[in-house]
Design a protein around this ligand. Structure first.
Ligand code: GUN
Length: 282
């Protein structure tokens, strides 16, 4: 098997399976539907949202974009979500983050019905994940688990070191690895002597959001390195959190940026949306 983990290829494979599930629920009279809410005009968010819509269309998932001005109040946004919570043709609701500063993200995320929380960010979803109960898993860490699975990386008994502790990636990532019987260490910006920790890792998950932060000084020979970062370097070129050129020669497996974790996030969003539609038929 190749040393480079190809997220584009694995994502495509999974999308083909998801497309079959879309057909199956459609045959039973249900078209999976995703509503994406975009508040304001953050350029990166616009690109992400457009990609999500394109990916939905490619596998026959209905998608709706609700564009709201940056002056939208928290109350108005909550009301918009309430309408979607009650809309039978919508199975997934995603509020694109970040939100304008005057809107409290926690309040908004908690307003999404857990049955439609395809991002897996709501307190109910997070609680269920922690307890190992069936729920929607947050798309990026879920995608990383799929990359590891499809690449034949053994997790049970391995030492995984997660660098970063965000609600969206770092924290859930450690939980999912723990559930597959890894020994998990969380590290972050206040961890002293980070290389001493990461050097012990069989699996490193880099989710810090700093370009080329993880170098060969951080990595044990033969480790598996998963790069969740999407950054721009000084030349405005897309790069990850891992200094790929220095790290790649010593690892057993590594994800590139772009083409590693990135394509998996939308793939798992599609999977969660179809799962939600399937749940309505149960
Ligand atoms: N902004 C950046 N990543 C994400 C994501 O996965 N979900 C949502 N809702 N917003 C994001």
């Amino acid at each position: 098997m190749s040393k480079i983990i190809n997220g584009k290829e694995i994502g495509q494979q999974i999308r083909e399976d998801v497309a079959k599930r879309v057909e199956a629920v459609k045959a039973k009279g249900v078209t999976p539907g995703l509503a994406v809410i975009l508040v304001g005009d953050n350029p990166a968010s616009k690109t992400y949202v457009a990609n999500k819509q394109k990916s939905c269309a490619a596998i026959g998932v209905h998608s709706e974009l609700i564009k709201l001005p940056s002056t939208t109040t928290e109350q108005q946004l909550v009301e918009e979500i309430a309408k979607l919570n009650d809309a039978p043709h919508i199975h997934g609701i995603l509020v694109q983050l970040p939100l304008p500063k005057h809107i409290d993200e926690d309040t908004i995320i908690a307003a999404i019905a857990p049955a439609k929380d395809v991002d897996g960010f709501s307190p109910v979803s997070v609680g269920k994940m922690m307890l190992g109960q069936d729920t929607f898993l947050p798309c990026t860490p879920y995608g990383v688990m799929k990359l590891l699975e499809y690449s034949g990386v053994e997790i049970a008994g391995k030492h995984a070191v997660v660098v970063g502790r965000s609600h969206i990636v770092g924290k859930p990532m450690g939980q999912l690895l723990l559930q597959k019987d890894a020994t998990v260490t969380y590290t972050h910006s206040k961890t002293p002597d980070l290389p001493a920790m990461t050097k012990q890792a069989d699996i490193i998950i880099a989710a810090v959001g700093r370009p080329n932060f993880i170098t060969k000084e951080h990595v044990k020979e033969g480790a598996v390195v998963i790069d969740v970062g999407i950054n721009r370097n000084e030349e405005n070129k897309l790069c990850g959190d891992v200094d790929f050129a220095s790290v790649e020669p010593i690892v057993s497996k590594i994800t590139p940026v772009p083409g590693g974790v990135g394509p998996m996030t939308i793939t798992m969003l599609l999977e969660n949306t179809v799962k939600s539609a399937e749940n309505t038929l149960k």
